[in-house]
Design a protein around this ligand. Structure first.
Ligand SMILES: Nc1ncnc2c1ncn2[C@@H]1O[C@H](COP(=O)(O)OP(=O)(O)OP(=O)(O)O)[C@@H](O)[C@H]1O
Ligand SMILES: [Mg+2]
Length: 247
């Protein structure tokens, strides 16, 4: 579905930076493939580049070098907390779905979806938006409800590679469980960044670790990962304290 070849991920120089300023590289020398049906958990301590990796795979950010080769028919769905900004506070969930249908060219609309109002209401119902809620303005909804609506919109597009960057941050336990069930039923590939180990455990069957500028397989289970994170936090504290002493 996707081949990442000698790629580095990071950010281009600021627009006002002097000419010749190199990009900020966060993760380098990545060689990986993502196959159909693969369910990958992206692990790593804060700031190591998990979101940067996922953003690049989503196409929201260019690789600073190397290439990402996408297979024919790849259809990516991308969810991050920033995506909540796509919602219009004055509009309700039904209006969001209607706009989504309108903005999706007929050729790429998922086949077999009922795009009429009743069909969209039914689909919203599967994400627990029923009755009056489909007419409630999004601006008056909780963070979890907004996240649920964005996920509903993404899933409606029937991606075959779903990129989820901390999808559960605002979700309550019941909605997390519903997401976990939905992801287990989803047949496409998944790349999931999450600090929720229960979700990682139930959805992912392999783990990649983003750490110290590189990407590798994490061999170990999620209990080992917990230990890894504690050791990594200690290492970072030690580095910071020796830097302070040196100053
Ligand atoms: N627009 C940007 N320009 C330059 N550097 C950035 C930019 N956005 C993020 N970074 C840096 O890239 C590094 C990786 O950030 P990223 O958000 O990918 O980490 P993360 O692993 O997702 O962390 P977290 O667990 O906190 O979400 C950080 O050092 C961050 O400061
Ligand atoms: Mg992140």
């Amino acid at each position: 579905m996707l081949t990442i070849s000698d790629a580095s991920f990071g950010y281009p120089p600021a627009q006002d930076a002097p000419a010749g300023t190199p990009p900020t590289v966060i993760v380098q020398n990545v060689n990986r493939s993502v196959l159909a049906g693969q369910r990958i958990g992206i692990l790593g301590a804060n700031g190591q580049g998990k979101s940067t990796l996922v953003k690049t795979v989503a196409g929201a950010l260019q690789a600073t070098s190397g290439e990402l080769i996408t297979g024919k028919g790849l259809n990516i769905g991308y969810f991050s907390q920033q995506e909540l900004d796509v919602l219009r506070p004055a509009d309700n969930p039904l209006e969001h779905m209607i706009r989504l249908v309108r903005d999706t060219p007929a050729a790429v609309r998922p086949s077999g979806m009922d795009c009429r109002e009743q069909g969209l209401r039914n689909f919203l119902g599967t994400f627990n938006f029923s009755g009056d809620m489909v007419k409630q303005s999004v601006g008056s909804m909780s963070g979890g409800e907004k996240a649920r609506l964005v996920l509903c919109m993404i899933v409606w597009l029937r991606p075959n590679l779903l990129l989820l960057d901390e999808p559960t941050n605002h979700l309550d336990l019941a909605t997390r469980e519903a997401l976990s069930v939905a992801l287990n039923e989803f047949e496409g590939s998944v790349m999931l960044v999450s600090h929720d180990r229960a979700l990682l455990r139930s959805v992912c069957d392999e783990f990649w670790l983003v750490s110290r500028g590189g990407l590798k397989d994490f061999d170990g289970d999620l209990d080992d990962y917990q230990v890894y994170l504690l050791e990594e936090a200690k290492r970072q504290r030690d580095v910071a304290s020796s830097a302070r002493k040196a100053a």
